[in-house]
Ligand binder design. Structure first.
Ligand SMILES: O=P(O)(O)OC[C@H]1O[C@H](OP(=O)(O)OP(=O)(O)O)[C@H](O)[C@@H]1O
Ligand code: HPA
Ligand SMILES: [Mg+2]
Length: 167
């Protein structure tokens, strides 16, 4: 799989790292909601946004958590983004004001562009961002270059590697 990557570099994220970076995102968002600093709800962009959204909902004590399912990638090839499942209308209100939309990363920005068309007043936040999509989010933690493919822990498994210097 890796040898078919069109990307120059790989950035491999462990569970520990995504936990730390998601916590950092939670702390950055804390106190910036419209209701005395509080956020009304979290909406995770499934599937990648689910893990960061869980961690952020715990840190910020947000109990209303919903999902939006956007399908935009067929493995590592881009395809048109479509909404497969929308969040509850009463959670989003008219325009998403006071709602945190959480995803693991923004790459080209196509996924969040579609979500923003639906909920223009929501606050968009991702753990990682690439330059092309960076302006689609209000808040992110770490930027990586456009030619980097981010590997998340839920897509990986521990495996044997040959020693650097062969015996
Ligand atoms: O900014 P973009 O170029 O749109 O890319 C970013 C999106 O792509 C990935 O999701 P994907 O569609 O692969 O689905 P998944 O979350 O279910 O893995 C990632 O989790 C983001 O949601
Ligand atoms: O860099 C990436 N890693 C994982 N999923 C992705 N979806 C778009 N870009 C990426
Ligand atoms: Mg995703």
């Amino acid at each position: 799989m890796t040898d078919r990557l069109p990307h120059e570099k790989g950035f491999h994220i462990s569970w520990d790292q995504i936990h730390r970076d998601s916590r950092a995102l939670a702390w950055r968002l804390d106190g910036h909601g419209p209701d005395n600093g509080a956020w009304r709800a979290i909406v995770a962009v499934t599937r990648g946004g689910l893990a960061p959204a869980m961690i952020i909902s715990r840190e910020l004590d947000i109990r209303v958590v919903d999902t939006i399912s956007v399908k935009s990638y067929d493995h590592q090839t881009r395809a048109d983004a479509v909404v497969l499942k929308a969040p509850q209308a009463d959670v989003m209100g008219a325009d998403g004001a006071g709602v945190l939309i959480i995803d693991d990363l923004v790459d080209t920005g196509k996924t969040l562009e579609l979500v923003r068309q639906l909920y223009p007043k929501a606050h968009f936040a991702t753990v990682y961002a690439k330059p092309m999509g960076r302006d689609m989010v209000e808040t992110f933690i770490t930027e990586v270059s456009q030619d980097t493919w981010i590997f998340f822990p839920w897509d990986m498994a521990l495996q044997y590697v040959e020693p650097y210097r062969a015996g």
